[in-house]
Design a protein. Sequence first.
Length: 384
Amino acid sequence: MRQKLILVGPTYPYRGGNALFMSYLYNALTTEFDVEFINYSVLYPSLLFPGTTQYDESEEHFDRVPSKRMLNSMNPITWAKTASYINSKHPDLIVVDWWQPYFGPCLRGVTSLIKKELKSKILFITENVISHEARWIDGFLTRMGLKHADRFLALSKSVVDTLTPMAKGRKIYRSELPVFGHYSKDEQLDIPAEKEKLGFERDATVLLFFGYVRKYKGLDILIEAFAEMEEKYPDYRLLIAGEFYDNPQPYLQLIDKLGITKKVKVVNKFIPNEQVAAYFTLSEVVVLPYRSATQSGILNIACGYEKPVVITNVGGLSEFVEDGKTGIFVPKADKFEIVKGIERYFSLKDQEDFAGNIAARNEQNSFGGIVDTFKEILADGKKA
């Protein structure tokens, strides 16, 4: 008889890396376990969400998994109903996704109402521990939310290091984000034509910044770095594709001030699934100039397209890239270091098979062993 797992977290119709990761996880675990997915009926209140919508409005949905939308992050009545439902199912493991301190009260409410005999079966997956733009209250909310975790699954060494003092001896397992390779790879894509659609020349060399924009992601640093390069490399173009969670005006004003408007294309929107392939395929290299990070879903999308990256050596990013083989490290989020990193990539691209190296790295992605990791977690639970 299959062991029973209950996942608690976001999935479709919500968008973003958390929902995508949890969908991948569900699909992987259903090969060996009986899995139910408890989804949010309300994720964030609209007033607190910085983007245009929380929902995935793509025309194509690659990982639309079944779920019960019963948990409202703001409504304690649903916290009690969710806990009651979990208790009634007598699961072998309760798997809770954690990525944002905002959910501290909600998840504390749910897990505090789990029956005593099930408390030792609560596993928190920590994508992040405390948000990248942490405020003083975030530590308090995080400790509140993680209070009833019996064990943890961390997705980077950086997260392990941050989590260890909070875990206070509770066991921490390790995995990583899956390679997001579900996006269609259109082998027939007319790359020069796609560049023209964006206003670039057909033979332009495109550098890509992808994903939502917040200060910690360092887009302003990349814009300044690009301005340093544009005269020396006149065929380079910068493509910024993703919704601005920050006010876009300071970024647009910086582009204008630096005189690079004609060489930069800004697509300020959430990129739907069916358009992702074009952005990555027409780009030469993906740049992640982050000021801080744990891991990055954008990095894993780039891996799915076998695209090399230039990344700052911060947080957990460097754990998933082999310098000079699958991408380029730069020591810090500094415009001159970013310039040197991009130049180093182009100096190596004809000598090193970056795409082949990335494909080999993808095969070693530890998420491929996630079922075995969960078997270990369940076996350890029986010993306890």
